[in-house]
Design a protein around this ligand. Structure first.
Ligand code: F6R
Length: 614
């Protein structure tokens, strides 16, 4: 997830672009860059770190005063967040400059072909490939619009590309596939942005682009085509959000926006995971297949929500690989003198990549000669830098303090790790792995379905605004989901909430159940095992003592419908993948209940986004 701006008009392009980037900085802040067309040259500046670093650079090395340009703030996916990998990227002759959001899945192949033809690519990014390809096209004599159409036909994955050509100082050309891009329509000027926040200071008239479309903006107009050049009429709309709502895509909180981004985040997390031969690959793997085959134990370490992702991972890894997995709070790990050696793989899960407890735990593991694999959302952060291998979660920046899209993408990364180990160790056949990947690929659409029923969850949340205690029950992979549901409610609504394993109730916690006590139950899908039936028994037990049950159950589960006070339906998926769906209503519930109580959902009391103290 990155921020993208394009401008052509009568104002200073540098001012419009840098201001637009400031509005989009919440989308990425690893690096920033601008490219302007001046005379018959492209002039560009780019710098790692926040936008302020770029502004300082421009202060030292001013850019020409021109009226056409593009800009970018980056959330790194391919390559570390450094100056070289910062956007814009340029072609061989420095004629075309490009900024990009998304992942070009076949960039390895395209890069190999370019290098065979003596192209010098200086960065580790997938974007640079697009710059070279576009430049090859314009050098062959076609205009930038045609070049973009042709190049996009050759790209796989999800991308927004915005480009300028030094020899065509009147047009900015962009394209989108599965990645956001909107057009701002002005008078004698036009704008491009990842979202309307990039330009609503200048115009509130916008055009919505469809999938696989190319847009050309000039001072006088906007033209849209599909990737084959056929004209398309874009949908015009008026933006009536203020700036703060625009940054949140019209939502009241970043957290709510991030909950609604989850279909996209999961899809992005799955992109680029296959090699040319279809085998799974990780982002940065500094462990050999033999080292992975030698692993006889896995210890997952994490904190908070990431810890619950680790608990789900245990079920998946053990089931698919038969490697024993322990899950440990990172703050506890070092102090119990864990049994570690070279055949133990330590998996550190951290959204921020900076959590001090987790960092100290991986340092301890490495002193014991164990290998460390990080699952992280923040490219270039300390935890992945100090690990032997990394799977990035590609969720984009998470601004709300409470983790949401961070969690679901951690789950995706955990499933990918489990499947990767199964592939290397040969504990699952290739077609079984492919089956699970297909099921994962269907998850974004399922999350959309769950989100489309958000209003019913909001009604429920508002009805519980005065509850002093809410309990959560789950079994198997649904148990960590219950814990996560309780954590969300505690941290956002400041309500006492606890999660229990369904089978554990009768060993004590059932004493808490009183007349009218709300209990949210994560019901496993109906399957061949006894999980579903056992969960029904737990629901009956609390009902018999007066609890009001709100059950998250798969569609068509008549057995649950018959005994629940309220049912929240989930699309049918295998039990191991159900956490990806079941957590969503719990996030919505906590977000809405905290809103109804008048709390600041994005910045709950006493919490910080990255906890850098032990
Ligand atoms: C809860 C939450 C925290 C974090 C925890 C670990 O919503 O966000 O519990 O999950 O502080 O943080 P990371 O994943 O950055 O290591």
């Amino acid at each position: 997830m990155c921020g993208i701006v394009g401008y052509v008009g009568h104002r200073s392009a540098q001012d419009v672009v840098v201001e637009g980037l400031r509005r989009l900085e919440y989308r990425g802040y690893d690096s920033a860059g601008v490219a302007l067309v001046a005379g018959d040259r492209v002039e560009w500046r780019k710098r790692a770190g926040k936008l302020a670093n770029l502004e300082k650079l421009i202060g030292e090395e001013p850019l020409p005063e021109v009226t056409i340009g593009i800009g970018h703030t980056r959330w790194a996916t391919h390559g570390a967040p450094n100056d070289v990998n910062a956007h814009p990227h340029l072609g061989n002759r420095r004629r075309v400059a490009v900024v990009h959001n998304g992942i070009i899945e076949n960039f390895d192949d395209l890069r190999a072909r370019l290098e065979e033809d003596d192209h010098q690519l200086s960065s580790e990014t997938d974007t640079e490939v697009a710059a070279h390809l576009l430049e090859l096209q314009v050098e062959s004599g076609v205009d930038l619009t045609t070049a973009m159409q042709r190049v996009c036909q050759a790209l796989e994955g999800a991308f927004t590309l915005v480009a300028v050509d030094a020899e065509d100082p009147d047009r900015v050309v962009a394209a989108r596939r599965n990645s956001p891009l909107v057009v701002g329509v002005g008078e004698g000027e036009n704008f491009l942005g990842s979202d309307v926040a990039a330009f609503i200071e200048h115009t509130r008239e916008a055009l919505e682009l469809g999938q696989d479309q190319v847009v050309t903006i000039t001072r006088d107009g906007v033209e849209v085509t599909d990737f084959h050049g056929a004209p398309v009429t874009p949908k015009a709309y008026h933006v009536d959000w203020d700036l703060s709502a625009a940054e949140k895509d019209g939502h009241d909180w970043f957290m709510r926006k991030e909950i609604f981004e989850q279909p996209h985040a999961v899809a992005d997390s799955l992109l680029g995971r296959r090699t040319r031969t279809g085998a799974l690959q990780l982002d940065e793997m500094r462990l050999s297949d033999q080292e992975l085959r030698d692993i006889d134990k896995i210890i997952i370490i994490a904190a908070g929500t990431s810890f619950y992702a680790g608990m789900v991972a245990k079920y998946a890894i053990e089931h698919w690989t038969r490697i024993p997995v322990e899950v440990e709070l990172s703050s506890e790990f070092r102090y119990r003198d864990p049994i570690l050696d070279y055949s133990t793989l330590v998996v550190a899960i951290s959204q921020s990549g900076e959590t001090a407890d987790t960092l100290q735990a991986i340092r301890h593991a490495r002193t014991q000669r164990s290998k460390v694999l990080a699952i992280c959302n923040t490219n270039g952060s300390t935890i992945p830098r100090e690990s032997d291998a990394v799977i990035y979660t590609h969720a984009g920046p998470e601004i709300g303090v409470a983790s949401t899209k961070g969690f679901v993408t951690q789950l995706v990364a955990c499933y990918l790790l489990a499947l990767y180990l199964a592939q290397v160790k040969g504990t699952r056949y290739g077609d079984e792995i492919a089956d699970v990947l297909h099921q994962l690929e269907a998850i974004p659409a399922h999350i959309e379905t769950v989100l489309s029923r958000a209003d019913a969850v909001y009604d429920l949340a508002r009805a519980h605004v005065d509850e002093p205690t809410v309990l959560f029950l789950g079994r198997h992979a649904g148990y960590p989901v219950a814990l996560e549901g309780a954590l969300k409610l505690k941290e956002l609504a400041y309500i006492h909430a606890e999660g229990f394993a369904g089978g554990e109730l009768k060993h004590g916690p059932i004493a808490l159940i009183d007349e009218g006590q709300p209990v949210l139950c994560v019901v496993p899908p109906r399957g061949r095992d006894q999980l579903h039936g056992k969960m029904l028994s737990a629901i009956q037990e609390v009902r018999a003592r007066g609890a009001r049950t709100i059950c998250l159950a798969e569609e068509g589960d008549t057995a649950v419908a018959a005994i629940a006070d309220t049912v929240i339906e989930l699309p049918r998926v295998p039990v191991l993948l159900q956490p990806l769906l079941a957590v969503v209503p719990l996030q919505l519930f906590a977000c809405e209940l905290a809103t109804a109580k008048g709390h600041d959902v994005d910045q709950p009391r006493n919490l910080a986004k990255s906890v850098t103290v032990e």
